[in-house]
Design a protein around this ligand. Structure first.
Ligand SMILES: *Cc1c(COP(=O)(O)O)cnc(C)c1O
Length: 379
């Protein structure tokens, strides 16, 4: 690490969030959702911390995310997204469960050739009860898919699930209708598979369903699924990630001097400006111009356009080069939450850590230990 810009990921926070969710949901099976490189936090480290906190399985979005994880976790892994039937044997060989998204998908896998010695493929049937995304619609299709799975020697029925579109909103109308539609289908199934799961973070926080696993994503990272859910949390969430850099240069501007491309900011008096070695190529996007950062426990604004690798902040006084600047996270009594960053640019908290690019090293923290993703201990 030669550039002082880094994201810190507190693995104790992840572990605590999982532990608390498990208690809240009466010991429910927790599936740690680590798709998109653990929502930008690092999938491997997050998966291990979640398992330590009591999670019992892992979920990702695609087979490409699942395979590298397989070499470091023994727990069951489920792919939530679509896997091309032609890669079904690859999933099976790697002991990865996949989503059966409709009858033709099941037919295609059931009729594909299965080389001798390849273990059966574990599948979770996905039911679309109103999300309008992946999944089979209606009882007829679900029953047909179950029949095909059970007739096929190389398919093993492990789970059934659905996904809610509005569990994070105050209006519960669609959420309740989706649950009713799913329950209707469950009732018609002669026997349920080992795993039934419907809830994401929002649903699990608000109303965990009996005897079901929870697909725990955003709130495992300590973030609110929405402002509404954030106001009604059953237990406090601990944000895992914070983002930091250090002043690379400090300079005094005179009245009339401007800052950055387009000269969108002009000093109206003599003032101090700090240059930060972080920009939109790191995921600190241009729309964040005008937003605050923390220095010495104070909020100060980003002034002028955010560049690819750098941006500038207005300082209340002179500071030494190397002074720590926090873009989100805590400094003293002040804290910038990811929800606030997201609100400023009109998006949701999920998007901000996902935007952080590979150029930003993730430093992991557990107790007093700190290390980089490659396991090199710093202290
Ligand atoms: C991403 C995802 C989740 C996790 O949702 P959160 O809101 O982050 O808890 C659960 N289920 C499915 C199908 C997903 O794609």
């Amino acid at each position: 690490m030669y550039r002082p810009t880094w994201a810190e990921v507190d693995l104790d926070a992840i572990k605590r969030n999982v532990e608390q969710m498990k208690v809240h949901a009466n010991g429910a099976h927790i599936m740690a959702v680590v798709k998109a490189n653990g929502y930008g936090h690092g999938d491997r480290q997050v998966a291990l911390a979640a398992l330590q906190g009591g999670a019992t399985s892992i979920a990702v979005a695609c087979l490409d995310e699942a395979i590298p994880l397989r070499s470091c976790v023994k727990a069951p892994i489920l792919v939530l997204g679509a896997v091309d039937p032609k890669f079904a044997t690859v999933a099976a060989e790697n002991d990865i469960a996949v989503t059966a998204l409709d009858v033709s998908w099941v037919e295609s896998v059931a009729t594909s050739s299965w080389p001798k010695g390849t273990p059966p493929l574990r599948v979770h049937l996905k039911v679309d009860t109103g999300m309008g995304r992946l999944g089979m619609k209606g009882r007829g299709e679900v029953l047909r898919a179950i029949e095909l799975v059970q007739l096929c020697a190389h398919l093993e029925w492990e789970g059934i699930y659905t996904h809610f579109a509005t569990a994070d909103e105050e209006d519960t109308d669609l959420w309740i209708r989706q649950q009713q539609a799913f329950d209707e289908i469950l009732k018609k199934i002669p026997f349920a598979p080992p795993l039934v799961h419907t809830s994401n973070s929002a649903a699990g926080l608000r109303m965990p369903r009996r005897n079901e696993a929870i697909r725990f994503g955003i709130s495992m990272y300590g973030l609110n699924p929405s402002a509404y859910v954030g106001e009604h949390l059953p237990f406090p969430l601990h944000p895992a990630m914070s983002l930091h850099t250090e002043l690379a240069q400090v300079k005094q501007l005179q009245k009339g001097d401007s800052v950055s491309y387009g000269a969108t900011y002009t000093a109206d008096d003599s003032q101090w400006i700090g240059v930060l070695p972080i920009g939109y190529a790191d995921g600190w996007i241009r729309a964040l111009q005008g937003f605050d950062v923390l220095i010495a426990g104070m909020r100060v604004p980003i002034v002028g356009r955010i560049c690819m690798d750098q941006c500038m902040i207005k300082l209340p006084r002179e500071f030494p080069v190397g002074e720590r600047v926090t873009l989100f996270g805590k400094q003293g009594q002040e804290e910038i939450l990811l929800n606030e960053v997201a609100n400023y640019i009109g998006t949701i908290s999920y998007e901000i850590p996902c935007l952080l690019s590979q150029r930003v090293p993730r430093i992991y923290k557990r107790g007093s230990e700190r290390w980089l993703e490659n396991d090199l201990f710093i202290k």
